[in-house]
Design a protein around this ligand. Structure first.
Ligand SMILES: N[C@@H](CCC[C@H](N)C(=O)O)C(=O)O
Length: 293
């Protein structure tokens, strides 16, 4: 099995190109767990499948490191777009990708002096969804959660919860580096309040155009970056009047920076880099060993 490993700001995935070769007989959750394993597999935050689509130009499926399937992946979309453009699957620099959440539009932005080199990728991440039913979250399905007190293991947190395809719970803190995310991330992820679990983001607003953000990802744990999470962080900050809407915001993540804009038409735009790590071949024996473990 040929694979490509790519990352968006250190959020790393193993990609399988299934445009011409479907992976018929595999347990995809098991394959995702296996390839993500840092000791026995390739080592990643999850697996991404690039597939044909009958609704958009291409389709992307994302599996977390624990084998669960996510609805969307902001960093994965940029990597997928770069891979498709670089490998000649799209002649146009703008095309559409179907995700489990919705169809998104991507645009590869090229170096001015090097027209074939992708400098960054811009994605229309669609509209944030604020109702509890959209995450889902326990409580009145039509209400939203903006700076609401929530008790987890006798500790009160003020949370803003929304979906950017994936569900995110956002907490504002004084210092994202000092907050013990590895301790509270898994507890909030698995709280009964979130029947399908949740991604947990912590945010500190630095000024009108910059925020610090760290994430505990549902199904993958601490990662260097999360694209849908960076969008959710900016939307949450604007909803709490900590930032102005319609201004481009630089989100500082452990893996680097993303630019996010929540526009007047209620769409969230995200721009940032996508990089290759390696291309390789997963040996059949390795696959068999992985599946029998
Ligand atoms: N890293 C991703 C999100 C991956 C899916 C997420 N963990 C979920 O299950 O909701 C991103 O860049 O958005």
């Amino acid at each position: 099995m040929l694979f490509t490993k790519m990352h968006g700001l250190g959020n790393k995935y193993v990609f399988f190109n299934l445009l011409n070769n479907p992976l018929d007989n595999h347990d995809l959750s098991e394959l995702a767990r296996s390839v993500s394993d840092v000791n026995y597999g390739i080592g990643s935050d999850g697996m991404i499948l690039i597939c044909p689509s009958d609704k958009a130009d291409f389709r992307m499926r994302i599996f977390n490191a624990d084998g669960s399937e996510g609805k969307n992946c902001g960093n994965g979309l940029r990597c997928t777009a770069k891979y498709l453009y670089d490998n000649g699957y799209s002649e146009s620099s703008q095309f559409t990708i179907e995700t489990l959440g919705e169809i998104v539009e991507v645009e590869v932005e090229l170096e001015t002096n090097h027209k074939s080199t992708v400098r960054s990728v811009k994605v229309d991440m669609g509209e944030p969804k604020l109702q509890k039913a959209d995450l889902p979250m326990e409580g009145d399905p039509f209400s939203s959660t903006i700076n609401e007190p929530v008790i987890i293991e006798n500790q009160e947190f003020h949370m803003t919860c929304l979906s950017m395809g994936n569900p995110h719970a956002i907490l504002f803190v004084d210092d994202v580096k000092k907050f013990p995310l590895e301790r509270w991330g898994p507890k909030i992820e698995h709280a009964t309040l979130f029947p399908e679990r949740v991604n947990v983001g912590i945010v500190h607003v630095l000024n009108e155009q910059e925020i610090d953000y760290r994430v505990w990802e549902r199904g993958s744990g601490l990662t260097m970056a999360c694209g849908t999470g960076a969008c959710a962080a900016v939307v949450a900050a604007a909803l709490n009047n900590r930032l102005k809407r319609e201004l481009p915001i630089t989100v500082h993540l452990p893996g680097g920076d993303l630019t996010i804009l929540w526009d007047a038409n209620n769409h969230v735009w995200k721009s940032g880099p996508a990089e290759y790590i390696c291309h390789g071949e997963l040996a059949i024996e390795t696959c068999q060993t992985l599946f029998s473990r």
